[in-house]
Design a protein. Structure first.
Length: 65
């Protein structure tokens, strides 16, 4: 969890793991609760989820470029 100066704690650093279901259950619940009340992190979540959805479209050749 990170904090921006002058603002409460945010969850941006955990969003990638959250999207990939790579967090422990308690941590995933904390992120889910946070996303319900933080528009800024919710918008970041959408961007991360969209990027993660594209990962299966990459080939090994794409990764070598």
């Amino acid at each position: 969890m990170t904090a921006d100066p002058g603002e409460g704690p945010h969850m941006r650093q955990l969003l990638g793991a959250y999207v990939l279901d790579a967090l422990a259950a308690a941590e995933a619940r904390a992120v889910a609760r946070h996303l319900q009340s933080c528009d800024r992190c919710a918008a970041d979540y959408v961007a991360v989820a969209e990027a993660a959805a594209l990962l299966p479209l990459l080939s090994e050749e794409d990764l070598l470029e």
